[in-house]
Design a protein around this ligand. Structure first.
Ligand code: LMR
Length: 394
C-alpha cells in the first residue's frame, strides 16, 4: 500500500523554518513563520497564561472528556471577544477546534457538505494553507485581486470587480484583520461596500481571524467581523488563539456559524459537533480552558490585554523604524507602506529571486513571496534588514 504514496509538496512556510534552524550563521534573521518573538528572539509564555496554568494545576480535578464542541464556556467568552454584542448569542453555533487551522478545515468541510457546488473566493495572495486545504477537501478555489503591487495597499476596485464574478451560494473568504501575508487591510467604508456586495449577490462570507489585537487593538481589529456578522444572513468565522494568547502548540481555535435565523442554530450546532466527531472527536481543552479562565477573570484579563498591547505597540515601533531607515537609505518614501500595514506581516512586494538573494547573502529568511514577519526583528536587526533590502536592489 505505502508504495503507492506520492511525495507531497513541502509547506513553504514550514520548510523555511527548517532551513533557518540549519543555517549556522550567528547573524541570521528569521522573518518566516508567523510566531511572535520579543527583542531577545524568544516566544514567551504570556504572564496571564502562566498564572492561569498555575491555577488550573491546583484546581483541575478531572481530565475526562468535555463535549464534542468543547467547553461551552470557552465558546461564550470567545464569541464575546470577537463578536461583542453584534449578534444575539442564540444565533451563533460554535465549536472548539484544534487551532485556527482546525476551524478553517471544519468550515471548508461544512461548506462542502452544505453546498458541494460552492466555490470559495480567496484573496490574491492569501495564506497558502487556505489554498492547500481547499484543494485537499475538493473545493474549487477562485482568486480575487487584493494586493496592489504598486502601492502595496489594497486593490479595492480590483477586489470588487472580481467578487462580482461570484455567483449566489459561493463563499468569499476574508481576513478579519491583519491580512496574512500582505499586512494591507480594508477600512470601515470598504468593509461596508464588501458587505453590500455580498448581500446583493447572495454570497456567503467566511472570515478567518487569527491576529485579533495585533493590528489596531482588540476592539478595532474585530470591527469588520462584527459588521459582517451583524449584516449578513449567514456567515462562518474561524478564529485562532495561537497568536494573541501565545499558545501556538496548544491548538486552540473556534469555528462559529452565524445565522440571523435563530431557528438554524440547533442544526448548525449539531453539524459542528458531528464534524468534530468525524475528524478528531473531542477538541483539545487545555488552551481553551486557559483562555476561558483569563477572559472570565478581571485581573488576568487586564494583564493579558496589557501584555498584548505591549506586543502590538512593539511591532508598530519596529514598522516605523524600518520604514524610516529605508527612507533614509533610499532617499524615497516608497517603503512608507511598511508603517501603514498592520499585524505581524508585511509583503515587501519583491521577486522570489531577490528574497533568495537576501537569504544567501545576508541570512535573512522571509517567505518566498517576500512576506516578512515584523516580530522577527528588533531594534538592532532593523538597520541590517534595511541595508540588505537596499543592497539587493528591491
Ligand atoms: C503563518 O502564516 O506563518 C502562521 O499562520 C503559521 C502557519 O501555520 O503557517
Amino acid at each position: 500500500m505505502f508504495e503507492t504514496l506520492k511525495p507531497q509538496p513541502a509547506d513553504k512556510i514550514l520548510a523555511l523554518m527548517q532551513m533557518y534552524r540549519e543555517d549556522p550563521r550567528a547573524d541570521k534573521i528569521d522573518l518566516g513563520v508567523g510566531v511572535y518573538k520579543n527583542a531577545e528572539g524568544v516566544t514567551p509564555v504570556m504572564r496571564a497564561i502562566k498564572a492561569a496554568e498555575h491555577k488550573l494545576w491546583e484546581e483541575e480535578t478531572t481530565k475526562a472528556y468535555t463535549g464534542l464542541a468543547g467547553d461551552p464556556g470557552y465558546a461564550d467568552v470567545m464569541i464575546k471577544l470577537i463578536l461583542g454584542d453584534s449578534v444575539a448569542r442564540g444565533n451563533i453555533a460554535a465549536a472548539a477546534t484544534p487551532g485556527g487551522t482546525g476551524a478553517v478545515r471544519q468550515a471548508f468541510e461544512l461548506i462542502k457538505m452544505a453546498n458541494p457546488k460552492a466555490r470559495v473566493f480567496v484573496s490574491d495572495p492569501t495564506w497558502p494553507n487556505h489554498i492547500s486545504i481547499l484543494k485537499y477537501v475538493g473545493i474549487e478555489t477562485v482568486t480575487y485581486r487584493y494586493f496592489d503591487r504598486e502601492t502595496r495597499g489594497v486593490n479595492f476596485d480590483g477586489m470588487i470587480e472580481d467578487l462580482k464574478g461570484a455567483e449566489k451560494g459561493d463563499v468569499v473568504l476574508l481576513h478579519g484583520c491583519c491580512h496574512n501575508p500582505t499586512g494591507a487591510n480594508l477600512n470601515t467604508t470598504q468593509w461596508q461596500e464588501v458587505i453590500d456586495l455580498l448581500n446583493a449577490r447572495g454570497l456567503i462570507p467566511m472570515i478567518d481571524i487569527a491576529y485579533q489585537g495585533f493590528g489596531d487593538g482588540l476592539e478595532e481589529d474585530a470591527a469588520g467581523v462584527r459588521m459582517v456578522a451583524a449584516q449578513t444572513p449567514e456567515c462562518l468565522i474561524a478564529a485562532s488563539c495561537s497568536k494573541n494568547f501565545g499558545i501556538y502548540r496548544e491548538r486552540t481555535g473556534l469555528l462559529m456559524a452565524v445565522s440571523q435565523d435563530g431557528s438554524a442554530q440547533a442544526l448548525n450546532q449539531g453539524t459542528l459537533a458531528f464534524l468534530n466527531r468525524q475528524n478528531f472527536s473531542f477538541p483539545p481543552d487545555h488552551g481553551a480552558r486557559l483562555v476561558t479562565m483569563i477572559l472570565n477573570d478581571e485581573a488576568l484579563r487586564a494583564d493579558w490585554a496589557s501584555e498584548l498591547e505591549e506586543v502590538r505597540l512593539g511591532m508598530l515601533g519596529l514598522r516605523q523604524q524600518l520604514a524610516d531607515e529605508l527612507q533614509r537609505l533610499s532617499g524615497s518614501d516608497r517603503f512608507g507602506f511598511i508603517a501603514q500595514h498592520r499585524g505581524m506581516f508585511s509583503l515587501l512586494g519583491t521577486t522570489p529571486e531577490l528574497v533568495e538573494k537576501m537569504r544567501v547573502d545576508n541570512g535573512i529568511y522571509m517567505v518566498g513571496d517576500s512576506r516578512m514577519n515584523i516580530a522577527g526583528l528588533n531594534k538592532t536587526t532593523v538597520p541590517l534588514l534595511a541595508k540588505a533590502i537596499i543592497d539587493a536592489g528591491v
